[in-house]
Design a protein. Structure first.
Lengths: 482, 1194
């Protein structure tokens, strides 16, 4: 921590103790705190005491300050949405030549499964002339604001490991997610809300909590769920019958005793606890304020297609905008349900129906509010879907597509990304990437770079080793940067 | 951005040692080299730059390719190394891009080290610990045991003093929290405070060590290392039963199992001679790895990852080594090569992974009791055979029928009812009819075929089946139409019932079960079911009948055409009931026997000549069946060769047999994703001379469809879920008789999970009669014996089998099945079993650690840097490995273990990096103390007791006792400004420990304070309240968190069900691990979400309300009651000033409740007495449970 940051922390604390009406021994406490925090900085990685979420300087000037990742879990079919392959229509019903397949393992289909052509018509859009299928009419309107990467590839072909790889750089659970890394690297710009927020719509998420876990990083860097049912943030609401005054009285009494204990015992950690209780009190106000969409105009709600009272992907996107406006660093929205092993047409109609409008609205909304320049929006799944169709009477499947790790499509917008760019490409059958491949670690390195973080320098010492998000790989894709 | 703890300790050492002295290699030099240099100049040959190796003296002083030496010993000026580290130019080391610059102080240390001769010493942790003499100290009066000599010597060297002893009330709370994980109740605290004996403290310690809650507290810490969880992890994250392992750990701590034995049993308990059930359960340690059940995975790939995890976890938990780093490449820092890594893996890679029954005497007794009941019932089956009456069926009266669905119900001339129009998923028919019958003893329902129906019916599905889920009737006398009464049916008998859909289901009151008629052969025929009322219904002037035919099964399983008629008993036989019963039984048995004898065919079960597969091991058993073990793949293929007697074979029989070695007792090998013990036979083929023979048809006993295994489609198959633990069979008829000496039978199991058979037997027949699968093989064989040659035993077996199929006994069998369902199953646990010597699993080196990139095969072995295996007793297997870990000769195990105990009690270890004792780890703050403890801990204990020469014999209780008895432990934990400035992390131990309680203990403490805590030990995990949706919202494998009832709502935290993908919310908030990986040290964070939990979560609200009830009901002055409450939460009494604050708060809140500003009933929850009073106490209690003092050990 450098001197400047130290100073900031100090000011923040002084402000906090003044604002919160510290009752007794103010001056003695203040000096104790100063000593305590001075000691904290020597504690290295320990999070005790010092505010581990204090804003920290990036390694170099960032383009993006925050990220909204729209995680299309289950893996959307790039071949029916982005990566138009007329050749597939020609070969429809015939197996892909073994020379292309080359012993690739598949989750469900056999290597002799028949080719399935694109299910929807495509058209070129915008000045960039990017091709999109008719399933994405709203995205088509912002196509010049986004950067489409058609050459994503991964080495995992099952959902849970692939999702966890996308988030943590490693296919098994246990490592910190990108949101945690970013929060660890940059701290938070809000004291009223968690720095890393996770929402989910659609079906369940294969990778589970490992996707937003802080792994071996201190727990404070883990993603916090914004929930669809019950309290928006776990336990943010007071128990039945407890009003704001009683809550305030309680926190005051607790604070009073804790300050006495601090004076007696001298443990700076107690100061951190006092601060945490104060922040929890603010959360109880800021969370309902965040969730209350009454202040949003009808036009905005309309643009997203959000019902203010009903959980949906659209509402989550609107909340994401409100979150980043309030200083939240990293937002994840999981929309799971793209796993079209059967009826890819019906699957895309349903999921595009639920997500296309709001995804595009988010880009528009951020742009019109001047937030797109320093907010990075990421859209995509954990892998792609096969050019071959999936049919399995035993499992009741037909006209679907299996998991395809060799090639898939994602798009990114804002935060220093080039606009209106279509990057990378696949072969005529959409099977392999043939131009500008982007492995997962490269994408991660690039996202960190946009945030002003060097992926090789953002490390954490654990179990005798300096770990990083990109493990031993990763390359910033300069061609994508504006 | 951060300073490592190392800097501080090195700084301290320097302060102590003085600048001029030679730097200590282990303490000062190696850490710098390791962190700054070894990555490129270390053990990993593949990464080594410039051919320079700095981790050994020989390497560092060798002549380099450029003719210079990196280190010229004693000559810093002649050392390229020194030149480069002091350089500011492009040749600076470490290079700028490495981003690990050396500080001036570090450079100075390295220079002085070289100047003094660049002596290398072996890494401290790899050198066996030595028992150093106790250091001399000035203030020897302070020392209570050896621990204190080491600590004080160090403090005195620094010129510091220890803190004064904490007061007794602090000590009693500290001891309870440390040894039991529970705070003392005020009464428990008082017992100690009032004990004026000089050894009161010691007595308290001994009492606590003997408490059964001791095991719970220490088990939870071990479970972090064992990555214990109650679910499989990954996408599906299904539940698993491994809690018996958790209970084993608790029990081991309570019994003070020596740590070496504790170690051996967990790693290789199954391999101990005459291993007990408990020793097998102990191997659950390494079965706590995750299991990926996601559709489409390769099970072997994830088994490999599990094994990788086992190696890493063994390293962390016992050796304090980050061996996992050598999975992909030779360790960059520690002397462990990649090959050595896989040699260690080989120890752990040769086990099968069964689910085992946990024998429990209470369950065994219950099972025996139920078995006896069943035997008793079965012995009396003959007496239950229905006595024949002669039923006369009256002509069916004309019915009026309606269908709830609105389907058209038309009456046909034969007085049957036919349904037409739209076909609903479910339906319910109401039929009314008037009958003159004055005595009714039976009701008959005929299900009739009709050309208008799918497959001509009788049901309305395309295939003609239906399910009658419930059949009820009411009847009113014709002359009193308004006095209808329900008819109670006690018996339902059908001429044919579909497997699992017996007739009795139609009158069992359960809308989820029913009677159906599908089966093998032609089943689109008329079927009859007869219902018998409890007693004869007498209606002198006839009756008005109303029938309800419920068909709630779904999928259009409704009746298409049916007819109802009434029956009258007309028997005139006056012989005794039993005679008539016997006669009827013999007649019916005779009929069956004749039919069965006529259909039995002769099977031959030759001993298979050859049985092979793509991977699993097939072994022929004495009964000519085949047992399968070893690994499975997504597509297993078994090939079995059998010899025939040369006669043309007409059919093949496949019996699948249960076996206790298989999951769920078999017959299948499915152990995850699918139903355990099931299988999926995709295709079966007979080949002769390389030619595949054509099948004609297939039938099966029991359930599933064997036809699916000969339909040429590998995506359909035969399976038997629901019949685990039983024999099932399938018969496959050949299209043409096959004449060949040798048949090759190929069985394909291709499903998206490992789904092959575990035990099966093949037979052939040359009989020309069509063979079927209905008869058990032994019965079929008996039927072929001439009747006169059958022994009594054999006759009885036939009769017994008849009883098991006779339709007349169906109700009785249903009753027996009901009893059987009450049979409690044994809990199960996950264990290791070493594979047989003739089928070892090979271990390979994996290039870059990747599963698919196998290189050379390796044999099991331990890293060369450590002592060798003690091979005198056993071969180099898992047991030898376990003994090697648990040996006092292993320089790491005892050190790691004592350090972990130290960390548990002091909040940090003597070695701070509790998981890493390697080069990258932090050196010990008190090396001699660590070694002294390690040697003392692992030395055998002398019988006589506490002589200096005797050790603790690996006793953890004795070790805990030793530490908590020390003066070091008993110090006050107050942090003076001076201490804060000098040693904020308390490295020199000049004060006692201060740590926030762990997640589970926070909960336990609140429940203890409120008196809600259940003290029950062990058993399946429980589901205490938590906010809705935590385990279901956004979770792929959701779990309906059904909150436990009764005391299970308030069990200790370690019994809370642990779901990996959606852990118990409160625990996650307070830094508890999810069980995905081995965790040696929990983070201690401090977040607003924690405050929200403490303030608002239901558990803490309930605790506050319980305290509210307790305090409101307590007599006495307010101040006294406030003080009592305060003590329940923080043990000590409040000061008078504090009491005043609490009273003020209480009075203010109570006034608000009384003035109805707040809803007292809501705040106070359920309870008796004045709600305002209770609410005010609840509010106060809630505040106190939140105090830092209430959640901190100090």
């Amino acid at each position: 921590m450098n001197e400047f940051e130290n100073q900031k922390l100090h000011i923040a604390r002084r402000h906090f103790f003044q604002e919160c009406g510290v009752g007794i021994g103010k001056i003695a406490l203040a000096s104790l705190l100063t000593d305590a925090f001075a000691a904290q900085t020597a504690r290295g990685q320990g999070t005790a005491g010092a505010n581990p979420l204090a804003p920290r300087k990036p390694h170099f000037a960032p383009k993006a300050k925050r990220v909204i990742h729209l995680f299309m879990a289950g893996a959307p079919s790039q071949l029916d949405l982005f990566d138009y392959k007329p050749e597939l229509t020609k070969f429809e019903g015939k197996p892909i030549p073994p020379s292309v397949i080359k012993g690739q393992r598949y989750a469900f289909i056999r290597s002799d499964a028949a080719v399935l052509g694109p299910r929807f018509p495509f058209a070129k859009h915008g000045q960039s002339g990017a091709e999109l299928s008719e399933m994405l009419p709203h995205l088509a309107e912002v196509v010049d604001d986004i950067c489409i990467i058609k050459s994503m590839k991964t080495d995992q072909f099952n959902h849970a490991p692939a999702q966890i790889l996308m988030n943590t750089g490693f296919a098994q659970p246990g490592r910190p997610s990108i949101g945690s890394w970013v929060t660890y690297g940059l701290g938070a710009e809000t004291n009223d809300l968690p720095a890393f927020v996770v929402m989910s719509t659609g079906a369940g998420i294969s990778g589970g909590a490992a996707n937003w876990s802080g792994g071996f990083l201190p727990t404070i860097y883990s993603g916090v769920r914004l929930r669809n049912q019950g309290d928006a943030i776990l336990d943010v609401n007071r128990p039945a019958g407890v009003d704001a005054k009683l809550q305030r009285d309680t926190i005051d009494l607790v604070g009073q005793f804790n300050r006495r204990e601090m004076a007696r015992e001298g443990d700076p950690e107690i100061a951190a606890r006092i601060a945490a209780y104060e922040m929890s009190y603010r959360l109880q106000t800021s969370a309902p304020e965040l969730m209350d969409l009454k202040s949003e105009s009808k036009a905005t709600l309309e643009m997203y297609g959000a019902d203010p009272d009903k959980p949906s992907f659209a509402r989550a996107c609107l909340l994401a905008r409100r979150l980043i406006e309030r200083g939240v660093r990293f937002v994840n929205i999981y929309h799971e349900g793209w796993d079209a092993h059967s009826d890819v047409v019906g699957n895309l109609k349903g999921n595009c129906g639920a997500t296309d409008r709001a995804s595009a609205a988010l880009v528009k909304d951020l742009k019109q509010r001047g937030l797109l320049d320093d907010t990075l929006v990421v859209w995509g799944g954990e892998f792609g879907r096969t050019p071959m169709g999936e049919t399995n009477a035993g499992l009741g499947r037909s006209q679907g597509r299996d998991h395809h790790p060799q090639a898939f499509t994602m798009w990114l917008a804002g935060g220093g990304m080039k606009r209106g760019l279509v990057y990378g490409g696949t072969d005529d059958l959409g099977f392999n990437v043939v131009e500008n491949p982007v492995p997962i670690h490269d994408l991660q390195a690039t996202i960190l770079h946009l945030l002003g973080l060097d992926h090789e320098r953002l490390t954490y010492r654990y179990a005798g080793r300096d770990f990083r998000l990109t493990d031993v790989e990763g390359r910033v894709i300069k061609e994508l940067l504006a | 951005m951060r300073l490592t703890g190392l800097g501080i300790i090195v700084g301290m050492l320097c302060a102590v040692a003085g600048r001029a002295q030679t730097p200590d290699f282990n303490q000062e030099v190696r850490p710098i080299l390791s962190q700054r240099c070894f990555k490129c100049h270390g053990p990993d040959e593949g990464q080594r730059k410039a051919g320079l190796r700095l981790d050994s003296r020989a390497g560092a002083t060798a002549l380099l390719a450029n003719g210079q030496r990196a280190i010229g010993t004693g000559k810093p000026e002649a050392s390229l190394f020194v030149k480069r580290i002091f350089s500011h130019g492009p040749d600076m080391m470490p290079p700028v891009y490495a981003n690990k610059p050396l500080s001036d102080k570090e450079k100075d240390i390295l220079r002085r080290w070289i100047a003094a001769g660049a002596e290398y010493k072996p890494h401290w942790a790899f050198v066996p610990p030595k028992l150093a003499p106790l250091p001399k100290v000035k203030n020897s009066a302070w020392c209570r045991n050896g621990v204190d000599n080491f600590v004080l010597a160090r403090l005195e060297k620094a010129g510091w003093k220890p803190s004064p002893e904490a007061d007794r009330i602090t000590l009693v709370r500290r001891l309870y929290l440390d040894l039991l994980g529970l705070p003392p109740t005020p009464e428990e605290a008082d017992a100690f405070l009032n004990d004026k004996a000089p050894n009161a403290y010691e007595r308290l310690v001994d009492r606590l060590l003997a408490s059964p809650h001791y095991g719970e507290r220490w088990a939870r810490r071990w479970l972090d290392l064992a990555r214990y969880s109650d679910t499989n992890g990954y996408e599906k994250d299904r539940q698993r039963s491994v809690w018996p392992y958790r209970d084993w750990v608790i029990d081991a701590f309570n019994r003070d199992m020596p740590f070496d034995q504790f170690t051996i049993e967990q790693i290789a308990g199954d391999m101990l001679p005459d291993a007990t059930a408990a020793q097998k359960i102990a191997t659950g340690f390494h079965r706590n790895t995750m299991l990926n059940e996601e559709g489409g995975i390769d099970p072997l790939e994830y088994r490999y990852y599990a094994t990788v995890d086992r190696v890493a976890t063994t390293g962390t938990a016992w050796l304090g080594l980050t061996v996992g780093c050598a999975q992909c490449h030779t360790h960059k820092f520690d002397p462990i090569t990649q090959r050595e890594y896989y040699r260690m893996m080989a120890f752990l890679n040769n086990a099968d992974e069964p689910t085992i029954d946990v024998p429990r005497p209470d369950i065994t007794a219950k099972r025996r009791e139920i078995e006896a009941q069943i035997k008793e019932r079965e012995a009396h089956l003959a007496e239950k055979f229905p006595v024949p009456g002669t039923l006369r069926w009256l002509p069916a009266p004309a019915p009026t029928a309606t269908a709830v669905s609105g389907a058209k119900a038309e009456r046909l001339p034969d007085n049957s009812v036919r349904l037409s129009g739209p076909i609903p998923q479910t339906d319910s028919y109401t039929v009314t009819l008037d009958s003159e019958a004055s005595e009714v003893t039976a009701v008959r329902l005929e299900a009739l075929t009709d050309p208008s129906l799918g497959s001509s019916g009788p049901g309305r599905t395309p295939h003609g089946n239906f399910v009658l889920t419930e059949f009820t009737a009411t009847v009113a006398p014709t002359d009193a139409p308004n006095s209808a009464v329900p008819v109670k049916f006690v018996r339902a008998l059908a001429d044919f019932s579909q497997d699992q859909f017996p007739a009795q289901n139609a009158i069992d009151g359960n809308p989820k079960t029913g009677w159906a008629i599908a089966g093998t052969g032609a089943w689109n025929v008329n079927r009859t079911i007869v219902f018998t009322p409890e007693k004869t219904i007498r209606l002198p002037h006839g009756g008005h009948w109303t029938f309800h035919l419920e068909q709630a099964y779904g999928g259009q399983h409704t009746l298409g055409r049916f007819r109802l008629s009434l029956g009258q008993e007309v028997s005139t036989d006056s012989r005794p009931l039993e005679v008539r019963r016997q006669e009827e039984l013999e007649r019916k048995f005779g009929e069956w026997l004749k039919q069965a004898e006529g259909s039995a065919v002769r099977w031959q079960t030759p001993r298979p000549e050859k049985a092979t597969s793509n991977l699993p091991r097939l072994a022929v058993q004495p009964d000519n069946s085949i047992f399968v073990s070893g690994d499975m793949t997504k597509h297993d293929v078994y090939t079995v060769q059998i010899h025939t007697d040369g006669k043309p074979v007409t059919a093949l029989r496949l019996e699948v047999l249960p076996d206790d070695r298989l999951p769920n007792h078999g017959p299948g090998r499915v152990f995850y994703e699918g139903a355990p013990g099931d299988f999926f036979l995709s295709e079966i083929a007979v080949l002769t001379a390389g030619k595949t023979m054509k099948w004609a048809s297939a039938t099966q006993s029991g359930i599933g469809s064997a036809q699916n295994a000969i339909d040429g489609n590998p995506q359909t198959g035969w399976s038997i879920n629901g019949r685990q633990g039983e024999t099932s069979s399938a018969v496959f008829r050949l299209a043409e008789p096959l004449t060949a000496d040798t048949l090759t039978v190929q069985l394909d199991f291709e499903q998206y999970y490992a789904a092959a058979m575990g035990r099966f037997r093949l037979s052939v027949t040359s009989d020309t009669r069509p063979a079927g699968a209905e008869l058990p093989s032994d019965v079929e064989e008996l039927l072929l014996l001439p009747a006169a040659q059958r022994t009594t035993f054999q006759q009885n077996r036939l009769r017994q089998h008849y009883f098991s199929v006779a339709p007349e006994l169906e109700p009785e069998r249903a009753a027996i099945a009901q009893i059987r369902r009450q049979m409690p199953a044994y809990p199960t646990a996950l264990a290791f079993t070493e594979r047989p010597a003739d089928n070892p699993r090979l271990t390979y080196v994996h290039h870059r650690g990747e599963f698919l990139q196998r290189e050379a095969v390796v044999t099991a072995g331990v890293p060369a840097i450590l002592p060798g295996l003690p091979l005198s007793q056993t071969p180099a297997n898992r047991l030898a490995f376990a003994r090697w870990i648990a040996s006092p000769q292993n320089p790491l195990t005892a050190r790691v273990a004592v350090n972990r105990q130290w960390a548990a009690l002091f909040g940090a270890g003597i070695v701070r990096s509790v998981q890493d004792f390697g080069y990258q780890g932090e050196p010990p703050s008190h090396p001699e103390l660590l070694d002294w403890l390690a040697v003392y801990f692992s030395s055998p204990s002398a019988q006589s007791g506490r002589t200096a020469a005797s050790g603790l014999g690996w006793s953890l209780k004795k070790l805990h006792r030793l530490i908590v008895m020390s003066a070091t432990y008993r110090q006050s934990s107050r942090i003076t400004p001076e201490l804060l400035a000098r040693d904020p992390e308390n490295r020199l131990l000049a004060r006692g420990p201060r740590v926030r309680l762990e997640a589970e203990l926070l909960r336990d403490a609140a429940l203890t304070a409120s008196g809600l805590l259940s003290r029950k030990i062990g058993g399946p995990s429980v589901f205490p309240p938590q906010p809705p949706g935590v385990t279901s919202e956004g979770t792929y494998g959701p779990l309906n968190w059904q909150v436990s009832e009764g005391e299970d709502r308030y069990r200790r935290g370690l019994y809370t069900f642990s779901k990996r993908t959606a852990p118990y919310a409160m625990f996650t908030t307070f830094d508890a691990p999810s069980g995905d990986v081995c965790v040696a040290r929990r983070e201690v964070s401090d977040t607003p979400l924690q405050a929200l939990t403490m303030l608002n979560d239901q558990v803490f609200v309930e605790a506050a309300q319980a305290l509210g009830r307790m305090m409101s009901a307590r007599p006495g002055p307010l101040e006294e009651r406030v003080a009592a409450l305060f003590r329940r939460c923080v043990t000590r009494p409040p000061t008078s000033e504090e009491t005043a604050l609490l009273v003020k708060y209480f009075t203010a809140q109570k006034a608000r409740f009384e003035q109805k500003e707040l809803d007292a009933a809501k705040v106070a929850g359920m309870g008796e007495g004045d709600a305002n009073d209770r609410a005010a106490w609840t509010a106060l209690s809630r505040s106190l449970l939140n105090l830092d003092e209430a959640i901190t050990k100090r």
